[in-house]
Write a protein that binds this ligand. Structure first.
Ligand code: F6P
Length: 547
C-alpha cells in the first residue's frame, strides 16, 4: 500500500470510474438494475439498511471495497480490536469495543485482562444503580433519589443525554435524568429549577476530571446542595465517573463513590463505559446490558463480515465516495423518531472530533479532504425547515434516514382511522423516494402547471440517501446504531490515514479562553491582546459589563 492513499491505483480507478456515475441519474441506475432495491441492502443485528438509493453501481462498490483493502482496513480493524496502540499521537489502545465484551471473554492489553476490569466496574455500577433504584441508597435526609443530574461535557454528556432521551420509555424506577454541560450558567440554573436537593443525585462525569465547564458546574451544584443540606450531604448526593481518582478525591468525592474507566476509552466512544451511569440508573442494569449487547452485535459483524457485506464498511466507503469524489461536504442525519432528537448532535462529536484532521497519523499533510460534516434534525420537522435545500438546492447532501416499524408512542390520526406513526413513516419513505427520483419538467407540465412555473417545480432527484430501519427503538437498537456509526468513522479515518482518536484541535481555544479571562474581568483595561479585532471585542464586552 502506498502511504498516500490518493496515489494508490485503487483511488485512481475510482477517479476513472467517477465519470460513469456523475453522468448517470439514480433513475437510470434503478432502471438498469431492477434488483438493486433488494440487493443493495444489508442486515446487521436488528438493522435493515438500504443503500440502493446511492449514486453507486455494483462496479463502484467493488472499487470502493478494493480501496478499503488497499488501505488495510481489515488489518487495522483487527489491530484496534486486539488493543494495539493505534491512537499514535497519544500512544494508546482504542478499545471501546472491549466495553461490550461478555464477562467470559479475555483480552490482554499491556499485560492486563481488560475484560475483567470492565466487568468489575459494570458490577459495581449495577450494585450502585440497583441501590438507587430500589431506594436502598437514599439522600442525606433519608429520601429516595428521584432525579439524577449528569454534569459533564462532550463525550461525558452527549452519549448519555442522547441515549436517555432515546430510551425514555424504559425509565421504570421513577427516576428521571437531567444533563448539564455548558459553562453558560443558564444551563445549570435551568436544569436545577424545580429540583429538591434532598432527592437529587449528581453524577460528575469527566474522563480527565479537569474540564473547566464540568468542574465549574460541579462546584456550583455542590454549593446548591450544601446550602440546603450541609457539607455532609455530599457523600450521599455526589458520585463521580472518571479515569482520574486523584482529582475526584481532590474535588471532595470519596473514591468509593467513583466509577472508573481507562485511557483506552476515548470520550466520544465512552457511553458504554461508566459514563453511561446516568442511563443505567434510569433504565436498570439489565437494559444497560442489552444496550451493550447491541453494540457488541455490530462489533462482531464489523469484525467478521466480508467487506462486501459489512455494513459499517459499506456506509463508511459510501460516505467517503461522496466526500472525496462527488464533492459533497456534509451528511444529514434524519431520524424519523422524536426520541432520537439528540442523535445528530451526538454524531457530530463522534464523527467530526474523530476525523476532522488535516495531518495523517504520521504527521504529514493529508492529500484529500477529510471529516464529513454531520448535521440533522428529526423528521418530519426538518421537512418544514431545510429539506427545500436538500431537494432543489445546488449542493449534494447525502442523507441517512432512520425509522422504526413500531412506534414508541402512537395516537390516532385526525379522523381516527389511522395511526400518526404511519403518517410519520410514510413521510420517511416519500422523502427518500422524491430525493432519489424527483419529478421531471415533462411530468410537471403534464399536471397542467403553467410553463413559466415549471422550472420552479422541477424536482431534480438524484439525491442520495441511506435508509436504516429497525422494528423498535430498544436499548439494543440504540447500541447498534451507535456502533454502526463508530465503525464508519473508523473505516473513513483509516482510509484517510488520520488518527481518529485524538482531538488536539480543541486544546488551544481552551487555553486561550483561560488566558483571556483576566482581560475581561480585570479592573484595568488590558494591554493589547495581540490583534485589533480581539482588542475591540474585549473592549466592547468590558463596556457592556460596566468595566
Ligand atoms: O474538549 C474536547 C474533550 O476533550 C472531548 O474529547 C471530551 O469528550 C470532552 O472534552 C470532555 O472531557 P472530559 O470527559 O475529560 O471532561
Amino acid at each position: 500500500m502506498s502511504s498516500d492513499i490518493t496515489a494508490s491505483s485503487a483511488w485512481q480507478k475510482l477517479g476513472d470510474h467517477l465519470g460513469t456515475i456523475s453522468s448517470t441519474h439514480l433513475r437510470e441506475l434503478f432502471a438498469d438494475d431492477e434488483a438493486r432495491g433488494a440487493d443493495l441492502t444489508v442486515t446487521v443485528g436488528d438493522l435493515y439498511i438500504d443503500y440502493s438509493k446511492h449514486r453507486v453501481n455494483r462496479e463502484t462498490l467493488r472499487l470502493l471495497t478494493d480501496l478499503a483493502r488497499a488501505a488495510d482496513v481489515e488489518a487495522r480493524r483487527d489491530a484496534m480490536f486486539a488493543g494495539e496502540h493505534i491512537n499514535v499521537s497519544e500512544d494508546r489502545a482504542v478499545l471501546h469495543t472491549a466495553l461490550r465484551l461478555p464477562a467470559d471473554a479475555t483480552l490482554e492489553v499491556d499485560g492486563q485482562n481488560v475484560v475483567a476490569d470492565v466487568h468489575e466496574v459494570l458490577d459495581r455500577m449495577g450494585t450502585f444503580t440497583d441501590a438507587v433504584r430500589s431506594g436502598a441508597w437514599r439522600g442525606a435526609t433519608g429520601e429516595r433519589i428521584s432525579t439524577v443530574v449528569n454534569i459533564g461535557i462532550g463525550g461525558s454528556d452527549l452519549g448519555p443525554a442522547m441515549v436517555y432521551q432515546a430510551l425514555r420509555h424504559y425509565a421504570d424506577a421513577g427516576i428521571s435524568a437531567r444533563f448539564v454541560s455548558n459553562v453558560d450558567p443558564a444551563d445549570l440554573v435551568s436544569k436545577l429549577a424545580g429540583l429538591d436537593p434532598a432527592t437529587t443525585l449528581f453524577i460528575i462525569a469527566s474522563k480527565t476530571f479537569s474540564t473547566l465547564e464540568t468542574l465549574t458546574n460541579a462546584t456550583r451544584a455542590r454549593s446548591w446542595l450544601t446550602d440546603a443540606l450541609g457539607d455532609d450531604a455530599v457523600a450521599k448526593h455526589f458520585v463521580a465517573v472518571s479515569t482520574n481518582a486523584d482529582k475526584v478525591s481532590a474535588f471532595g468525592i470519596d473514591t468509593a463513590n467513583m466509577f472508573g474507566f481507562w485511557d483506552w476509552v476515548g470520550g466520544r466512544y465512552s457511553v458504554g463505559s461508566a459514563i453511561g451511569l446516568s442511563v443505567m440508573t434510569v433504565i436498570g442494569k439489565e437494559r444497560f446490558a442489552e444496550f451493550l449487547a447491541g453494540m457488541r452485535a455490530v462489533d462482531e459483524h464489523f469484525l467478521t463480515e466480508p467487506l462486501e457485506s459489512n455494513a459499517p464498511v459499506l456506509l463508511g466507503l459510501i460516505g467517503l465516495w461522496y466526500s472525496n469524489f462527488l464533492g459533497a461536504e456534509s451528511r444529514a442525519v434524519l431520524p424519523y423518531s422524536n426520541d432520537l432528537a439528540r442523535f445528530a448532535a451526538y454524531l457530530q462529536q463522534l464523527t467530526m472530533e474523530s476525523n476532522g484532521k488535516s495531518v495523517t497519523a504520521a504527521g504529514t499533510p493529508v492529500t484529500t479532504s477529510t471529516g464529513e460534516i454531520f448535521w440533522g434534525e428529526p423528521g418530519t420537522n426538518g421537512q418544514h425547515a431545510f429539506y427545500q435545500l436538500l431537494h432543489q438546492g445546488t449542493r449534494l447532501i447525502p442523507a441517512d434516514f432512520i425509522g422504526f416499524a413500531e412506534p414508541t408512542d402512537d395516537l390516532p390520526t385526525m379522523d381516527g382511522s389511522g395511526s400518526m406513526h404511519d403518517i410519520l413513516m410514510s413521510n420517511l419513505f416519500a422523502q427518500t423516494k422524491v430525493l432519489a427520483f424527483g419529478k421531471t419538467a415533462e411530468e410537471i407540465a403534464a399536471d397542467g402547471t403553467p410553463a413559466d412555473v415549471v422550472p420552479h417545480k422541477v424536482m431534480p432527484g438524484n439525491r442520495p440517501s441511506t435508509t436504516i430501519l429497525a422494528q423498535r427503538l430498544t436499548p439494543s437498537v440504540v447500541g447498534q446504531l451507535i456502533a454502526l456509526y463508530e465503525h464508519q468513522v473508523f473505516v473513513e479515518g483509516t482510509i484517510w490515514g488520520v488518527d481518529s482518536f485524538d482531538q488536539c484541535g480543541v486544546e488551544l481555544g481552551k487555553k486561550q479562553a483561560l488566558e483571556l479571562e483576566p482581560a475581561l474581568t480585570g479592573v484595568e483595561a488590558p494591554e493589547s491582546l495581540g490583534d485589533s479585532s480581539t482588542d475591540q471585542l474585549v473592549a466592547w464586552y468590558r463596556r457592556g459589563r460596566g468595566r
